[in-house]
Each structure stands twice: as C-alpha cells, then as structure tokens.
Write a protein that binds this ligand. Sequence first.
Ligand code: PMP
Ligand code: GLN
Length: 393
Amino acid sequence: MQLIQGSKMIRPSKRVQVFQDSIFGIMSKKANEHNAINLSQGFPDFDGPDFVKEYALEAIKDGKNQYSPFPGIIELRESVSQYLKSYYDLDYCKEGEVSICCGATEGIFLSILSIINPGDEVIVFEPFYDSYISSIQVAGGIPKVVTLNSPDFSFTPEDLENVYSSQVKAIILNNPHNPTGRVFTSSELKIVRDFCLKYDLMAISDEVYEFLTFDKEEHIPLASLEGMQERTLGIYSAGKTFGLTGWKIGWVCAPERLSSGLRKLHQYITFCVSTPMQYALARSLMHLKDYVPTFKEDYQSKRDLFYSGMKEIGFDFKKPEGTYFMMVPIHQITKMSDVDFAYHLIEKKRVAAIPPSAFYLKSREGEKFLRFCFAKKEETLLEALKFLKELQV
Ligand code: PMP
Ligand code: GLN
C-alpha cells in the first residue's frame, strides 16, 4: 500500500505511540521462526478439560448464541459468587458486584481506567505483568514502582512508604505472582492492607493464579483481609483456572460503586463476552472441588520435574510457590544480558524463554533472569531440559 507522503493527519494517536510490542508476542513469534520449544509465553501446550469443552458444545447447540447482558449472564455471576464464598468466605452480590469481562486483561484495563484520573499515581511492584503499565498510561496515570527484593522477591513497609505521595490513589498486587512464582505471605498481604487503610487507597488485586499454589500454600484473596473488600477490585481468569487461555473470560469482583464504574466502560469496549462460553463456565465452576486438586497436582509435578532439571544443570534458585512460571537467575551461567541470552537460547539451543527486563521499569534486575513457563507436557519439559543441559559444557 502506498503511504501518503508528508501527511500530518494519517497517523496513530499519541496515546498508542508510547506502546511497544508485547514481549509475549515477540518471543512466541521468534520461537516459531526457529522451531524452538516455546517456554516463553504463558499457556499450556495441552488441552483444557473435556467436561468444560462438552458444556461449551452443549451451550452452542442449545442456541445460547446471542449477546448476553453486558455484565455477564446471571448464571455465571452466580457460580462465581458461590465459589468465592465457599473457598474464601467472601460475599459478592451476583447482581451488582461480579462483572464478566474478556479475560483478566480486560478486567485490569477496566479496573484501572475506571478509577484513575489523569495525574493519579498507582503503585506497582516490579517485575510486573506488562498490561498494568500500559493501562495506567492510557488512563493518564503515573506508575510508582516498588522493586521486589531479590533473591526472594519480598518487600517491606518501607518499600511502600518510599514511593508514597498524596497523588497515590491505588496499588496493584498480583498474587500468586507472575513472573516470580511467589505466593505472598499473610504478613506481606497485611503490609499492603495496612498501607491501603493508612492512606485510604484502592487495591487492584490480580489473582488469576488463585488455584495454582503448591505444597502447603493456600491462596488468600486480598479482599478477605479485614477492611479490604470495600476498597478492592479482585481480578480472576477462567483461562488460567481451566487451562483454556484462548477462551478469554475473566471476572472482576468489587463493591457496587466500583463495579458500576467499570461496567460503564465495559459496555462500550466489548459490551459482553462470548455467551455460550459463559454458559459453559457457569456449569464448570460448580465442579471446582473435584477438578482443582488434580489440576494442582498436575502442575506441581510439572514444576518439580522442571525445577529439579534446572537445578541439575546448575541454575540455583528457590522453588516457585505458585503460578506456572520460574524466574531463573542466569548470571551464574553467562555474562550476557537477559535479552541476549534469550535470543542465544532460541537460536542455539532451540528453547524460548522470556527476558524479564520487559517487566521492569525502575531497576535493571530483570537482566539477571529468564522466565520459563512450565505449563507444558512432560515430554516438552524433558526435551527442553535435554537441550539446556548442553549449557553445562
Ligand atoms: N494477569 C496476569 C498476572 C497474567 O499472567 C495474565 C496472563 N495471561 C493475565 C493477567 C491475563 O489473563 P487473561 O488471559 O485472562 O486475559
Ligand atoms: N500471561 C501470559 C504470560 O505471562 C501471556 C499473556 C499474553 O500473551 N498476553 O506469559
């Protein structure tokens, strides 16, 4: 197509000009080009459960194929509100406080855009999930970054106090945490709670890996801490819970005033999400008690397999407590930066990982790690380990 020479009009808005391509798209494309084993972008290389897919087929055949109400079908909102009650003793009213959206990604965008005014500051921990920063930028907000302290990726009350100003309006917490695999302790959650109460802040709590906690770790929603439910927007994802990332359905649970704000945006961004898939999920969520234990066991054995393989190769780090990611320190093995080493691995060892400097804004810590996704078949993980083993020599 011919470009219009010299036009000052035919160009994207300033709003989008600040964005870069997402690291997930870049690395998956590169992995495909080199026919590498893709442990970069976070998605399973195996299918989700049959019962969920059967429910979807039934819903389609049953004619559930037109627009749904914009906050989501009431059956799904009811199932969400029931599991949050039974797992965490949280009470969310299905009518006014649960909103169905197009994956957690839309939930994050809606939450941020519906509470942040231009000039407001938002506290974000780094390494962060990349869409937080873009969503804050679209809202005209300013990210105030707290770097998690490696090697254990912890934080202290002082870390939060150091970035506080009277412009701060909200804090974003992701727990269990992508990319570090941390499940924050109840003391760390209390630090966030005390900070929010002290300065009257809102919290955006990204809990998409709520059911991916290992060993004795249990997920604690931020909203379940005293004083937090009325100021928290909790974000969840069916894509993670059922290993069906392409379904792109999530939910935001928040007090009615905040929910009504984000629904106003949602009605003009997507209006509603796929109706038959919502019916399928409404039924599937009723089986969580049977489904989740095996789901966790499967992922825990993948974690153990990949972790012990990586330790044998010579990578020294703590076992992740949750999610399906590992932040693996690379400086013991190479002098290269994360980006150079990631490209080297794809090209020379046919294994793709994410260079996590894309998840840092303030510090250069990310250059010392690579993020590997272990949501893969055993054979995929074993093959990747076989290629990585050659690094020892
Ligand atoms: N938050 C985090 C921390 C994630 O890792 C992801 C991953 N994909 C998302 C949000 C987005 O979830 P979804 O695919 O449901 O939009
Ligand atoms: N959440 C996934 C990850 O962390 C990727 C999601 C995406 O590609 N947008 O890798």
